[in-house]
Write a protein that binds this ligand. Sequence first.
Ligand code: DCP
Ligand code: GDP
Ligand code: MG
Length: 192
Amino acid sequence: MRISTEDKILSNGGPGSGKGTQCEKIVAKYGYTHLSSGDLLRAEVASGSERGKQLQATMQKGELVPLDTVLEMIKEAMIAKADVSKGYLIDGYPREVKQGEEFEKKIGAPALLLYVDAKAETMVKRLMKRGETSGRADDNEETIKKRLDLYYKATEPVIAYYEKSGIVRKINSELPVDEVFAIVEKAIDELK
Ligand SMILES: Nc1ccn([C@H]2C[C@H](O)[C@@H](COP(=O)(O)OP(=O)(O)OP(=O)(O)O)O2)c(=O)n1
Ligand SMILES: Nc1nc2c(ncn2[C@@H]2O[C@H](COP(=O)(O)OP(=O)(O)O)[C@@H](O)[C@H]2O)c(=O)[nH]1
Ligand SMILES: [Mg+2]
């Protein structure tokens, strides 16, 4: 399955940087189909399947799920929405350069990567706060630290990888949500 470039936007950045928050606003304004790889994985866990049990163990440790698994789930979700989609907003993906390469090979190049950027200190603070109500097994101090380490090691290089094709827009996510969104809108409107 190949999807044309202009129909794909990626949202990436550290855990707790505000990707989910901005994606929700993008969907409300532009109508893209939001696919959060983390949400897809959590849905599989919630289903209680055997595959879900393995995923849960990996995520609780703050580690990455095998790339074939995530790509397969994203592909299935894209196909399920193909008839109604005005384009896809893919959130929290790719997590490592290899994932990006596989995605390009199997699905195609994206038009834009929104790099939602906040300081490590800010991300930890937000995640600890979110952990009070999220019920997420990975929103605890120990796992947050591992997720951050892995983000800097594996995911930040993804941004450098896409810099080469000139599609990265860095979004300062230290600002209040609406100011962050104003920067996001500009980046998306430039595509048109
Ligand atoms: N492509 C992906 C996406 C997620 N995960 C795993 C590792 C993550 O720690 C966990 C949760 O993913 P989220 O994208 O939900 O988590 P984040 O840590 O980025 O934060 P958030 O919801 O806070 O975006 O799922 C993965 O292995 N591969
Ligand atoms: N102050 C402030 N808080 C934010 C902003 N964006 C997200 N948050 C909060 O930070 C937490 C993590 O945001 P989320 O969107 O889940 O981040 P994600 O992990 O990148 O998907 C949430 O509790 C949000 O309410 C922002 O721009 N400013
Ligand atoms: Mg999220």
